[in-house]
Write a protein that binds this ligand. Structure first.
Ligand code: ATP
Ligand code: MG
Length: 291
């Protein structure tokens, strides 16, 4: 069975190498947990590897999103209208667009034999469009069903869960209808475990069952620390450029792709964490299959 690499460093290792093709994955988490970053990284990974990307957006305009991407170190503009396309759904008439517009679009693309990744970020407005659970289920179900024809769909959903709840009320339906679900949590208390990820479900996949801390690295994106037991000790004022230099040298020596070396260089410039990047660099090397 082919697995599609998400491109989120560390995630593929937890889900048997990637997600199954033509499936829908939801990323749930409260505001600011990193859902958009996840979605963009997933999309850009495909585009960097010759695939196409479709970004379905409701709240933010393509222009705003491209600016946000730039701050995270991704050049979306370069691919805009070439391999990256936006659908900006304004207004409230989701039913019409899910029933008519999106199927038309998918049909129009069905002749192209090119892999497409789809991002719906955020999907929350579709849920909020109606209070009727049955209608919500129809809308979300149809959206997934139609877009899965193109390739892997990643949808983000806002979560408002109460402490102790496994998943919040709003996300029950999308989690239920999706083939896979990833939960992001943020405890604004500082330290190495303040942002964590867990895999809620992944159909047909033996997945990691831990709670994994992750970090943001400008230029590379999200990196999941897949060995939670080995959180690296904090060291004050240490200079980690040597660790990066070593990694860059190794990457050059084994002829890693230019884009990978570029990511390492950007990370070297912007690393602000007060712990060694060794562990996350290892996760990145593993993700690219570099030894
Ligand atoms: N390079 C970075 N270093 C540290 N933190 C970062 C970095 N990049 C992003 N962040 C953090 O990630 C957060 C935003 O992530 P993102 O926009 O992906 O979240 P979101 O879940 O989509 O949020 P929203 O609910 O607003 O859509 C920012 O608030 C910021 O704190
Ligand atoms: Mg967002």
């Amino acid at each position: 069975m082919t697995r599609i690499k998400t491109g989120i460093f560390g995630l593929d290792q937890l889900i048997e190498g990637g997600v199954r093709d033509n499936t829908a994955i939801v990323v749930v988490g409260s505001s600011g947990t990193g859902k958009t970053t996840f979605a963009m990284q997933f999309l850009m990974h495909g585009i960097e590897n010759g695939e196409q990307g479709l970004y379905v957006t409701m709240e933010e305009s393509p222009e705003q999103l491209m600016k946000e991407a730039e701050m995270l170190g991704w050049d979306m503009r370069k691919h805009h209208e070439k391999s990256l396309f936006f659908i900006h759904l304004k207004g409230k008439n989701f039913k019409k667009m899910i029933d008519e517009q999106i199927p038309q679009l998918v049909k129009a693309r069905s002749d192209y034999d090119i892999k497409t990744r789809v991002v719906i970020d955020p999907m929350t407005p579709v849920i909020w469009a109606t209070e009727d659970k049955l209608q919500q289920r129809e809308l979300i179900g149809k959206l997934f069903y139609t877009l899965k024809e193109l390739g892997v769909v990643m949808a983000t959903v806002e979560e408002h869960s109460r402490p102790g709840e496994m998943v919040g009320e709003d996300v029950l339906l999308p989690v239920y209808l999706a083939d896979g679900a990833i939960g992001l949590e943020y405890y604004p208390i500082g330290g190495a475990f303040n942002r964590t990820l867990k895999i809620i479900k992944m159909r047909g996949t033996h997945h990691g069952e831990g709670v994994y801390p992750y970090i943001f690295a400008r230029g590379a994106g999200v990196i999941i620390r897949t060995s939670p037991a080995e959180a690296v000790k904090l060291e004050d004022g240490a200079d980690y450029s040597k660790v990066f230099d070593e990694a860059i040298k190794t990457a050059e020596f084994i002829k890693a792709p230019e884009s990978v070396i570029g990511k390492l260089k950007k990370m070297k410039e912007t690393w602000t964490y007060n712990y060694s990047p060794e562990e996350v660099l290892q996760v990145m090397f593993d993700s690219y299959g570099l030894k």
